[in-house]
Design a protein around this ligand. Structure first.
Ligand SMILES: [Zn+2]
Length: 243
């Protein structure tokens, strides 16, 4: 057991801006981040081994996995069907991703084995969950997960230029009944959504793809996650597991 002051509340793997970690720290908790922006190339075995060892050593209470979604989402599958050249490229990229996905699933299971909570965030219907290594999430047993459907317009995702809401329907697959409960949020917008396509100019003057802009969690979403991480006592909310 660690002294309370040394307990890590949250570890984020494949973290971009790692806003959830920031929100945990703002509330007085401790967090660690792993990913390209934090000095780890997770496509390299030595880096993956280093991350895995650090997680085993520090034993965070929550582990948030946010693997890159561009190769698994509905759009890449759709585009690949239309374009054989893209399909070839996508198949190669997915081969590289599979190694990382299998590793993330190993981290998920290790986290649950240690008695912690593990969470994966992906776009709705991501085919990542069709990988053989991810099947344990849907089957009765130790790793059988909860799944929430989160419309990110409910957590403040807006087009940076027009301020129109962006829905970005997301699956949260998690061992935590509490997080599944908090992040199950459906759209109630009365105005049209901005679709996640094309580019947009930010206040800084830089232009980014909307899909890229929407990769980072909004501060509201990070707050909701931090709220669950910092709550030590879990309230039973009677949710069903993912089938
Ligand atoms: Zn909406």
């Amino acid at each position: 057991m660690f002294p309370a002051s040394e307990v890590i509340g949250l570890a984020e793997v494949w973290a971009g801006k790692a806003r959830s970690s920031g929100a945990v720290e703002t509330r007085g908790g401790r967090a660690i981040r792993f990913g390209v922006q934090h000095g780890h190339n997770l496509y390299r075995r030595p880096d993956r081994d280093r991350v895995e060892a650090e997680l085993a050593e520090k034993q965070p209470r929550h582990l948030l996995l946010t693997p890159t979604c561009k190769y698994w989402g509905r759009w890449s599958t759709f585009n690949a069907r239309k374009n054989p050249k893209f399909l070839k490229k996508l198949t190669k990229l997915r081969e590289r991703e599979v190694i990382v996905v299998n590793w993330l699933m190993r981290l998920y299971k290790q986290q649950v084995d240690r008695g912690g909570e593990a969470h994966i965030e992906q776009p709705e219907a991501s085919i990542l969950f069709k990988r053989p290594s991810a099947q344990v999430l849907r089957k009765p047993g130790k790793y059988h997960a909860f799944r929430s459907v989160l419309d990110q317009c409910t957590t403040g995702l807006r087009d940076p230029a027009s301020k129109a809401p962006m829905q970005k329907r997301t699956w949260i697959v998690t061992s935590s009944q509490q997080l599944a409960h908090v992040l199950d949020r459906k759209c109630v917008c009365r105005v049209p959504h901005q679709h996640l396509q094309g580019t947009v100019r930010l206040a800084s003057g830089n232009t980014v793809r909307r899909t890229e802009f929407a990769e980072d969690f909004t501060p509201e979403l990070a707050e909701l996650i931090a709220g669950v991480v910092m709550r030590l006592h879990v309230i039973a909310v009677g949710r069903c597991k993912w089938i």
